[in-house]
Write a protein that binds this ligand. Structure first.
Ligand code: FAD
Length: 466
């Protein structure tokens, strides 16, 4: 390490991975510089990802829930949407969080440098910012530069009506008809928002299913609900072309259900994200990358021992809660602590309506891997709380290893299903069996008690409706 280094650790990128790593490193007594190319801290998640999407999903949920109660004796007037105010509220939520991060950095004496970082050597980098270039020499680096949306060739129109998730979250207008290209979590969440605000939605997906990776038993009722509400859901369908016209974006399709072409007011591209490894001049650092992804070991260490990498840039799943945990590990290893990323499971949640959430093994994966499982399913139609919410399409499902009795995976469908994943993940990490969960007294009436009921169902001790 250079004896005249400016810092112990430079962290590149101030997303959930980067700011967590920077704060943890500072708390462990290291001198830290945090570099970010955008004007605020927080990365994709806080500025154009998790948080703004959840703020808008909350609004959509309230509108839908209110409208649904017309059958149960509460009739609201048709909502009036003041888009400027709504946008302002969402931006205020973001501002509180990113502003909070800035003061947390200050408290910890983490120096923030704004500008684009590029390596100039294995112990040095340049940050090009508004006020010129600043060179930083470091003992250690943590690369937390994240990812960006993939724009497929032929769909990179220079037209604001063709949006990525960042564009969709700007909420410039509510299109009459919106085409969502890609039926993954991000696309379906944005579809949920725009549908609640009044857009007619068409979803087009190349594969034979939406929400790849989720348990099929959960996707089925979700798909049924959106098929009833959306204009179209085209599976096994390819977008073959896109053309900007005055009256809209003309899109051509190839697939047996889809028309040859159709014209939409706006198009959202949500076909995946790619890592930002190509933006860092990695060659100068000696850190190898594979199509922008950086390979790391369980200490988050790259092939260059004093350089670490965390978050979206090290691979799937691209989720904020994975990035933060990895950030802590990298900081602790640099500080000389014995730390490793050793999670058995990482939960996934689609905050759609209803939410679809899963953690650990799915039934399909168990089958593929030849693992025999004992299944416990609790339908929310038997949950007092779900009925009291006017929502009974949900379910909670747990899978136990037939041999050891231990919990291997769990999933839930329904409003707030994501909130159930914490307990299930904990139970998997602790090696819990069905009786551990079933014998734990859960509060009644809550949705989380459906986890206990599913465990009882697996054990055969379940008694009745709840
Ligand atoms: P990022 O958050 O991508 O941050 C990287 C930062 O590095 C960026 O601020 C970038 O500007 C900066 N940077 C890049 N290159 C340089 C450079 N050369 N110099 C300086 N700075 C640089 N995840 C969830 O867990 N839950 C959700 O509900 C969720 N919802 C999402 C919704 C949407 C619409 C999107 C797009 C994503 C969502 N995600 C969600 C994913 C989540 O946002 C990411 O997994 C998370 O932000 C990754 O964190 P990170 O620290 O790896 O990188």
């Amino acid at each position: 390490a250079p004896s005249d280094a400016d810092c112990d650790v430079v962290v590149i990128g101030a997303g959930p991975g980067g700011y967590t790593a920077a704060f943890r490193a500072a708390d462990l007594g290291l001198k830290v510089v945090l570099v970010e190319r955008y004007e605020t801290l927080g990365g994709v998640c806080l500025n154009v990802g998790c948080i703004p999407s959840k703020a808008l999903l909350h609004v959509g949920h309230i509108m839908d829930t209110a409208a649904a109660f017309k059958d149960h004796g509460i009739v609201f007037a048709k909502p009036k949407i003041e888009l400027d105010k709504l946008r302002g509220w969402k931006d205020k939520v973001i501002g509180k969080l990113t502003g909070g991060l800035a003061s947390m950095a200050k408290q910890r004496k983490v120096e923030t440098v704004f500008g684009n970082a590029e390596f100039t050597g294995s112990h040095s980098l340049d940050v090009k910012g508004k006020d010129g270039t600043r060179s930083i020499k470091f003992k250690h680096a943590i690369i937390a530069a994240g990812s960006r949306p993939v724009v497929p060739p032929g769909m990179d129109l220079d037209d604001p009506r063709v949006m990525d998730s960042t564009g969709a979250l700007k909420l410039e207008e509510i299109p009459k008809r919106l085409l969502v290209v890609g039926g993954g979590i991000i696309g379906l969440e944005m579809a949920t928002v725009y549908e609640a605000l009044g857009s007619k939605i068409t979803v087009v997906e190349l594969m034979d299913r939406i929400m790849v990776g989720a348990d099929k038993d959960l996707v089925r009722p979700y798909e049924k609900r959106i098929r009833a509400r959306y204009e179209n859901v085209f599976l096994n369908t390819k977008v073959t072309g896109m053309e900007a016209q005055k009256k809209g974006i003309k899109v051509t399709f190839e697939g047996k259900d889809a028309p040859e072409s159709d014209t939409f007011d706006r198009v959202l591209l949500s076909v995946g994200r790619r890592p930002n490894g190509d933006l860092l001049n990695l060659e100068a650092s000696g850190v190898p990358s594979d199509r922008g992804f950086i390979q790391v070991d369980e200490h988050m260490q790259t092939a260059v021992p004093h350089i670490y990498a965390i978050g979206d840039i090290v691979g799937q799943p691209m989720l904020a809660h994975k990035a933060t945990h990895e950030g802590k590990v990298a900081a602790e290893c640099i500080a000389g602590e014995k730390s490793a990323f050793d999670a058995r499971v990482i939960p996934s949640v689609a905050y759609t309506d209803p939410e679809v959430a899963w953690v650990g093994l799915t039934e399909e994966q168990a089958k593929e891997q030849g693992i025999k499982v004992e299944k416990g399913v609790f339908p929310w139609a038997a949950s007092g709380r779900a009925l009291a919410m006017g929502r009974e399409e949900g379910m909670t499902k747990l899978l136990f290893d037939e041999e050891t009795g231990r919990l291997l995976g769990g999933a839930a469908l329904g409003p707030n299903a994501g909130d159930l994943m914490g307990e299930i993940a904990l139970a998997i990490e602790m090696g819990a069996e069905a009786s551990d969960i079933g014998l734990t007294v859960h509060p009644h009436p809550t949705l989380i008690e459906t986890v206990a009921m599913a465990a009882e169902a697996a054990e055969g001790t379940i008694t009745d409706l709840y």
